[in-house]
Design a protein around this ligand. Structure first.
Ligand code: AKB
Length: 316
């Protein structure tokens, strides 16, 4: 049976790359990109697009009725930094949006749903190094606790309704094709743009703030591998830990200097995103993903830096 895939929130950092990979695999007409905002050229020119507001159930219902999707990727979300500026909107979008899509997926007998979670589900009392899949979780950002609650809803719909929901706790994601959208890990993308444009960058996180990160190619591969895995292999229906590669702004700057020796980094004082980063893990244990669906990363820090600079150079 051919799939009909609806990507909700297609204009974002993950959506832009995922739509293109899904269209390569399944064919352009089979992948409907949707977003509340006007789509990027890369999305508009390569296949169908619908405007959708996940908070408007009627609107969502119409799109489900029109396209009868067999798979959903729900990527619309407000991330950690913007979520602290707009806490109520972040909760509504991240939570009501998810529940509406889960309900419609049950009603329309969607065969698989993907929903992203984040390392933001962990908090100050979670283990900081090699944070395990199961541990104390006390997230203190709206984004973090909306993702944690969302994970519980995903598992609940799997258990109560048999809905095949799959999810990953993404680390900070680094890619060159699309800009990040208001997160605490965004420095790790901005730094490459500024390194090429001006040769310097002021990091809003301190020099020694280690965070788990992942190259977008690995993140997309992980997402597609999880979605392809046989259902009976999946022991986790909340969300899988994914480790990526952990590094600090100073380590990233050193790596950039190996290719651009003139690059200079400085550090801001008192940025509100520092407290968010300090409440998150420094490294993650992803042994469940390795065991259940054979996960392994390909891009280390050197490979990420090299690929980012090579590709961005062509676009700037
Ligand atoms: C953010 O920084 O908010 C996101 C995330 C880690 O989920 N990139």
């Amino acid at each position: 049976m051919s799939e009909k895939i609806l990507v909700i929130g297609a204009n974002g950092q993950i959506g832009t790359e995922l739509v293109s990979s899904l269209r390569n695999i399944h064919g352009s007409e089979q992948v409907i990109a949707s977003d509340i905002n006007e789509p990027a050229k890369a999305i508009k020119d390569t296949g169908p697009f619908e405007f959708v507001n996940v908070l408007d159930k009627e609107n969502l219902h119409q799109i489900f009725t029109k396209h009868q999707p067999t798979q959903i990727y729900l990527l619309a979300a407000i991330l950690s930094a913007v979520g602290e500026q707009k806490p109520k909107l972040a909760w509504d979008l991240n939570m009501i949006g998810l529940i509406q899509v889960l309900d419609l997926s049950v009603e329309f007998k969607v065969s698989k749903v993907f929903w992203p979670s984040s390392i933001a589900v962990f908090g100050p009392h979670s283990p900081v190094y090699n944070t395990p899949q199961y541990c104390v979780m006390d997230p203190n950002t709206v984004y973090g606790f909306s993702k944690l609650a969302g994970e519980r809803w995903c598992e609940y719909y799997f258990n109560k309704h048999g809905l095949d929901v799959r999810s990953i706790r993404y680390p900070g994601l680094i890619g060159w094709r699309a800009a990040p959208g208001g997160g605490t890990t965004d420095y790790s993308v901005h730094i490459f743009h500024e390194a090429l444009k001006s040769g310097k960058y002021e990091s809003f996180l301190s020099a020694d703030t280690a965070l788990p990160m992942m190259y977008m190619d690995d993140a997309i591969r992980a997402t597609l591998t999880l979605m392809d895995a046989p259902a009976e292999k999946l022991s986790i229906r909340s969300s899988y830990n994914l480790a990526g590669v952990s590094f600090t702004p100073a380590q990233l700057a050193d790596e950039i200097k190996k290719i651009l020796p003139e690059f200079e980094i400085s550090y801001a004082d008192n940025d509100s995103r520092q407290a968010i980063a300090d409440s998150w893990p420094k490294s993650i244990d992803d042994s469940y993903a390795q065991k259940d669906w054979g996960w392994n990363i390909e891009y280390d820090l050197a490979a990420i830096t090299n690929d980012m600079l090579t590709n961005l150079k062509k676009t700037i």
